[in-house]
Design a binder for this molecule. Structure first.
Ligand code: ASP
Ligand code: MG
Length: 424
């Protein structure tokens, strides 16, 4: 059994969907589960819709829904011209649900709960289109709602998988279907025990593929990307970037942890625990060998560069000059956990604690306000976090960063991390 995952870029327009069809057709004899994300950038659009809903901005809501319809119907029209085809009533049903959902008010629901209820439509629309298209070109498949299988707790926007329930339903109910038919399902979305939609965190579709593969005891997972495989650096930023042919699970986990964006950080663990190989292949050059992630790959010999832009460095110091030790640290961490602000790298000295976070973390300002009752807090935005993994003896700053000031530097095992800021 195989699990495939196609991300937003691989289904961004009709031609891309046809290409997915061609890839899938090559595997017609295999038992196959295909996980698909929302088309193109539609998840971002849905985020704007949640925002407009929250702010009661009726005009903006209507505009966004019109854009979403336009985008999805254009792709559907290009794929299936017969306006009586059931793809159109399927799309109508989903859009009607979505419109009704953002019509009502939910006085007891928090933002994150509404977010998940709305955001899942990107994946629902996308998989309906792909599934109906495949059927129309005689590629037999069954559309399945992933929320019936991926069971999570109620931690909206970052649902934690309930593994035993999930594994049990997938094995008992889903597996027999895949034995008979190719199954198409959504990445990223799940459901809690109260029947609410949850999501696994942005870019979580890779993780969904890994969850399904784990529960189905699949032979392998293939993530189809618009790049050649996993590279040692982002080719858009480093002209000497090379593809890595093979990576072992442990190093892949570390690379994903430090922010190599090709693989979602939670994806590798479930695969490693059942020794399921992961292929990262190009959907553009289908025949090219991409990257394989498994147990046997030798340790990397390449130096890897991971760049995270849009970072904010927080410097938190005690007002009374008390040391940053266990008691202060535990209170500081409590604030971070409560505001769900994730730390990418941290360091502490005698009376100050520094943490580098993604600027887009929505609750940074609230976090700083909460911290400042007890601490002095400084925010430095527009920073870049550079991680050099597997560095050779002497770290050489890549040329494009040599003009920047290093605000923080840390060496931890195989990784050297530097928070950089352009000189004013
Ligand atoms: N559609 C979701 C996102 O854009 C999930 C994914 O693409 O993996 O974050
Ligand atoms: Mg995506």
């Amino acid at each position: 059994m195989k699990v495939f995952k196609f991300g937003g870029a691989s289904v961004k327009d009709a031609e891309a969907v046809r290409n997915v069809g061609r890839i899938i057709a090559r595997f017609s004899g295999e038992k196959l589960l295909v996980v698909i994300s929302a088309m193109g950038k539609s998840t971002n659009k849905l985020e704007d819709l949640v925002d407009a809903f929250w702010k009661n901005d009726e005009a903006k809501k209507r505009n966004i829904i019109a854009d979403l319809k336009d985008f999805h119907y254009k792709i559907a029209n290009d794929l299936i011209s017969d306006q009586k085809h059931h793809i159109y009533s399927n799309l109508e049903d989903l859009f009607m649900e979505l419109e009704c959902l953002v019509e009502k008010r939910y006085p007891n629901a928090a933002y994150d709960e509404i977010y998940d209820g709305v955001i899942c439509y990107g994946e629902l629309l996308s998989t309906k289109i792909v599934s109906d298209y495949l059927s129309s070109v005689d590629t037999k498949n069954k559309w399945v709602d992933a929320r019936n299988f991926i069971q999570t707790d109620s931690n909206f926007r970052e649902g934690r998988v309930k593994w035993s329930e999930t594994e049990d339903t997938i094995k008992r109910i889903l597996k027999p279907y895949i034995d008979r038919n190719m199954v198409i399902s959504q990445g990223f979305i799940g459901r809690d025990e109260h029947n609410n939609t949850t999501t696994l965190g942005r870019e979580g579709s890779d993780y969904t593929a890994a969850i399904f593969a784990y529960c189905l005891e699949a032979n392998d997972v293939t993530i189809w990307k618009d790049v050649a495989g996993v590279m040692n650096a982002d080719p858009k930023k480093f002209d000497k970037a090379v593809k890595l042919d093979a990576i072992n699970y442990n190093q892949a986990i570390e690379l994903a942890y430090y922010g190599a964006s090709v693989i979602h950080p939670k994806t590798i663990q479930p695969l490693k625990s059942k020794n399921i190989q992961l292929y990262v292949n190009s959907f553009i050059n289908i025949d090219d060998k991409g990257t394989v992630v498994n147990n046997d790959a030798p340790a990397l010999s390449n130096e890897c560069y991971i760049v995270k832009d849009q970072q904010t460095l927080l410097s938190i110091s005690t007002k009374n000059y008390s040391f940053i030790a266990e008691d202060n640290l535990s209170r500081i961490f409590e604030h971070f956990a409560k505001h769900k602000v994730r730390i990418n790298v941290m360091q502490n000295s005698a009376i100050s604690f520094s943490a580098c976070c993604d600027t887009k973390e929505t609750k940074i300002d609230e976090l700083c306000a909460a911290l400042s009752s007890e601490y002095s807090v400084e925010q430095e935005s527009n920073c870049t976090l550079l991680t050099i993994y597997n560095a050779k003896n002497e770290i050489e700053m890549p040329a494009q960063f040599s003009e920047q000031t290093a605000l923080l530097k840390q060496v931890l095992g195989a990784a050297t991390q530097v928070v950089l800021k352009a000189k004013a």
